[in-house]
Design a protein around this ligand. Sequence first.
Ligand code: NAI
Length: 286
Amino acid sequence: RGKRAFIAGVADDNGYGWAIAKSLAQAGAEILVGTWVPALNIFESSLRRGKFDESRKLQDGSLFEIAKVYPLDAVYDTPEDVPEDVKTNKRYAGAKNWTVKEVVESVKNDFGTIDILVHSLANGPEVSKLLSETSRKGYLAALSASSYSYISLLKHFLPIINPGGASLSLTYIASERIIPGYGGGMSSAKAALESDTRVLAFEAGRKKRIRVNTISAGPLGSRAAKAIGFIDTMIDYSFTNAPIQKELNAEEVGNTAAFLASPLASAITGAVIYVDNGLNAMGVGV
Ligand code: NAI
């Protein structure tokens, strides 16, 4: 049978999550997605109204299906963790069972198991602030949404990921080099995510032979990236300075994810894989 993938962090057809879903679908996987609760209605209605049909097209012309969209807020592990103001918030009130634990229970009830887990989400409320001007609250929020959310997803999904499965996340080189503008503790959050990738690779590998890798992606003008504000500058910088001078296509990240999730990558785990036209290898901009 084909593999089944759960991709957390898809709310439109512009980001890396969507591109990964598409590449996995192209490779024959069944696709489940987790969509941030406040973005759920617009994502589902856009899907229904055919707004994404052009980008749903596979190589043979058919449109890939999302078997199910689950509302998700990866900042909360269980219903007990959800504060009153979020519970009663209009943008959350319409949806049900969207904490990590509940989403995994729903997936288990609906499908039994998965083979591939993808974490393609990040959030840093103070991303536009310098690290040295970030509040404790903002810093911890960045880590909670962008790093711990991955530990939580993997922890809860682990019992229902089939042995031999694979797990992936998305990171950014600001974890290891200075990228002014990627503030609010987001650089710290990506450093944690990369370190956790190694430790989780060990733990999930020994427990269930599950491989855990992260893709360090180059700049893409996604919704999240536009919110940071410097994405066009980063795209231009990469185009000018990378070894391969071309635009980075989200599909290239999607295809790498499909490779990493496949048996072709059966000995790759605990790795940070760069998909950035080689920009990471440069020492100076030229
Ligand atoms: P995106 O906007 O397509 O994806 C981010 C998603 O996270 C959105 O769908 C958003 O609704 C969701 N999200 C935010 N908080 C959430 C929460 N608490 N629970 C559940 N979902 C939540 O943007 P993009 O850029 O494709 O981001 C995907 C991943 O790629 C992120 O980890 C990002 O840091 C990473 N990345 C992006 C780069 C870029 O230049 N766009 C470069 C390198 C890495």
